[in-house]
Design a protein around this ligand. Structure first.
Ligand code: NAG
Ligand code: NAG
Ligand code: NAG
Ligand code: NAG
Ligand code: NAG
Length: 220
């Protein structure tokens, strides 16, 4: 109980110190748009509302008296500001646009009403599945294979109509492997995209008599 209260107090102080907003992390795919909303229901009275980037440039300034909106020249063609919701939409995002964006309402005092950590990243590259070996033992087909993408790799084995599902990660990338009865599926993903590779089992599990032991009865 005491610990809970302490934590609440701590969170309150943290919120108090930073204005209203905790930092929100958003990922955007290169070339896409992102909409940044203010993070408070009750906006304090203000004369000027501005969205700032981490070079302390005002990407957009909004004067409440005149309802005038003034975008920074370098953002002019790719920014939308909604003067009802005060949200900022940035279009055609590039990696160099990554960074901190804050919304500040200035009146008698300055209040931070939104903070975003924006990361602009590319779509993932497709993973590649390769078969290392395939053979029969008794009636069971086994396929050893590797899935690779970027700096991630999984070696695995398909046996008895299945494989063990596996996942490896590095930073924000994830490589995920799973099998169904018919195929091996490898999925490479990051917060903005995913791509997969797939291998059909059937052609790999034809035995030396040219048949599928699992689905055919062999009679001489
Ligand atoms: C501003 O946002 C509101 C609420 O989402 C929407 O209804 C309105 O059309 C938007 N205005 C502009 C100019 O985009
Ligand atoms: C197939 O992979 C298993 C482990 O996943 C390994 O023990 C075995 O030696 C491999 N076989 C071949 C022929 O590469
Ligand atoms: C996967 O197998 C390849 C060769 O078959 C080997 O070079 C590599 O170290 C293995 N990687 C892992 C993560 O086991
Ligand atoms: C792997 O695939 C099987 C069969 O499609 C499915 O039942 C299982 O839930 C999957 N496992 C994971 C971890 O996705
Ligand atoms: C691949 O992974 C992503 C992220 O986890 C997921 O949204 C997507 O549905 C997966 N695709 C397949 C084919 O499993």
């Amino acid at each position: 109980m005491a610990v809970d209260n302490l934590l609440l107090l701590f969170l309150f102080l943290l919120t108090f110190k930073t204005g209203f907003s905790a930092e929100i992390s958003v990922f955007v795919q290169t070339g896409d748009s992102v909409q940044l909303d203010i993070q408070t229901q009750k906006l304090p009275e203000f004369d000027l509302l501005s969205w700032r980037n981490d070079k302390s440039e005002n990407v957009v300034k909004y004067i409440s008296e005149t309802k005038g909106v003034k975008p920074l020249n370098s953002y002019k063609d790719r920014v939308d500001f909604n003067d009802t919701t005060f949200s900022l939409t940035l279009k055609n995002m590039q990696k160099t646009d990554s960074g901190l964006y804050t919304a500040i309402a200035s009146g008698d005092s300055e209040n931070n009403i939104a903070t975003y950590r924006v990361s602009v990243i590319d779509a993932v590259e497709a993973p590649v599945l390769t078969v290392n070996s395939n053979w029969f033992s008794g009636n069971f087909c086994t396929v050893n294979f590797t899935c690779r993408a970027h700096d991630l790799m999984i070696n695995s084995s398909y046996q008895n109509n299945r494989c063990i599902a596996q996942e490896v990660t590095s930073q924000i990338n994830t490589l995920n492997l799973n099998c169904s009865e018919e195929s091996i599926i490898c999925n490479h993903s990051n917060p903005v995209s995913w791509k997969k590779d797939r291998i059909n089992i059937a052609p790999l599990c034809v035995n030396n008599k040219g048949i599928w032991p699992d689905t055919h009865t062999h009679t001489i």
